[in-house]
Design a protein around this ligand. Sequence first.
Ligand code: A2P
Length: 342
Amino acid sequence: MSSNLKIAVVGATGAVGEVMLDILSEHGFKHTQITALASKRSEGSSVNFGRRELNVQCLDDFDFSLVDYALFSAGGSISLKYAPRAVVAGCTVIDNSSAFRLDDAIPLIVPEVNGALLKDFTHPGIIANPNCSTMQMVVALEPIQRKYGIRRIDVATYQAVSGAGRKAQEELAKQTMQKMSFQDIECQQFSQQMVFNVLPQIDVLQDNGYSGEEMKMHWETRKIFSDESIVVNATAVRVPVFFGHAEAIHLETVKPFELDDVEQLLRTAPGVVYTPNLEGSEHPTPAVHAAGEDPVFVGRLRRDHSRGLGMNLWVVADNIRKGAALNAIQIMQVLETARTEG
Ligand code: A2P
């Protein structure tokens, strides 16, 4: 990676921004010039970058011509307002919000699945990072889609509170303390009690009764796989876990499959760690296996006993790392490799 690279992290004080900075420092960007940006409220505060501290600057008047890349994770309205301005200033944006994901002119990229599309990317421009639940699902299902084709996916998610941002994490911690000391539970970030509970709505309900999060999984999966025939029927659920989303996936393939072959595909799939579905296996879990780790963990693979082309699996990943920050940085690394080699 070029040592002259200049990167801005927009939303550097947030849950995803913090992990972006951690990953940048872990992945050999220690000597890169990093600018931490957030709202006026955070101006003058500092964030950690490896062993260094970075001063947080205000996004409002930042000159994007000073950086090569901007990694945005400050919400859709901020991306809509500032990402086009950054591009006009000559900066390439990798955007973690949903603002541009379904725009036909903007690539929606998971390097393990459709990273090859980046060969045709022209700087400066915008690349969208998928929703965290879609991300881990497509990494796990890519080899199955490529070899057998997928007709439909029925999925129930078990999503960590960090996906709702730093304040949501703090609210779960506070509710835990309130519950354990027999106090009343306060809800500001969540519609109902989150501690010792599960909430079956993430994002706003649409006219068809699905939530926004559920429909994102449908639309984004089709775009990433470049396959308009796939149907994703999702129920997205928030659970009182801090880091790591889990998904129970029930899918139907187009062509008949051998389970042994699917296992073999998963053992060698990029970005996947596969655990066999055997008695005594330590099945992957969010808090113990995924939190703080890069891979997508897959387990509980079995044939659906009720239909010939059906299989079930369990997919777990750190929603803030592979589900957001890590994927954005991987996209940037692929772009930079292409740029330096080309
Ligand atoms: P700030 O901490 O100054 O509010 P999270 O998803 O964890 O809630 O984090 C959201 C991130 O987006 C934070 O870094 C937050 O900064 C940033 N952000 C929110 N609103 C703005 C804004 N108007 N301008 C710049 N950054 C913003």
